[in-house]
Write a protein that binds this ligand. Sequence first.
Ligand code: BG6
Ligand code: MG
Length: 210
Amino acid sequence: MDVKGLIFDLDGVIVNTEKNHYDSWKKIAETLGVDYDLDFNENLKGVSRSKSLELILKKGNMTIEESKFEEYLALKNSFYMKSIEGLSANDILPGVVSTIQKAKKLGLFCIIGSSSKNARLILDKVGLLDAFDFIVDGNDLKSPKPHPEVFLKGAELAKLNPKECIVFEDAASGVEAAKKGGFMVIAVGNHHIKDLADAYLETLETFQFA
Ligand code: BG6
Ligand code: MG
């Protein structure tokens, strides 16, 4: 395969922010009286903010009014914002910077494909906002992961075919999205999704350019 572009998920692939999402959703779930643990959190990885809240409510067999729903989304984001105040380049995951540098030397496009509406803010905080040729995030999407829109848009911006790209993901929803879009997908740093992807890396440090 002639690879011309690398498409990276953000949370859990580029930056260590999955823990911050987890802690923030756990607080929301506790407020709602819904049990929340790391196994259940796997279902929320990669999906949009509103889909995440829907999943928590479904787990608790609950329904809430639209206005309350919006309040909880805002509350979750305020917990999350508070938790990332100190985010810095130290939170970039191992192998990310060297992989981007190598990709650039080889003339490959580097693209972000994230469900997060905070993607640009996070990239700015860790000093990687200018490291990517294109960024597709939660603000640009009609259909979030597991729909392939995020990755298809990323490839399209670089004028690439999905077959010319590799997607890096840490979430089941993201691997599904990539596969549906016809991309090769490498799972990173999450053993739960090891068998869903085309290949698995503990960290990007061991990624080998063919
Ligand atoms: C994804 C994360 O990247 O973005 C999810 O994996 C998160 O955990 C989702 O819920 C939406 O993020 P945000 O920042 O828009 O609430
Ligand atoms: Mg992720």
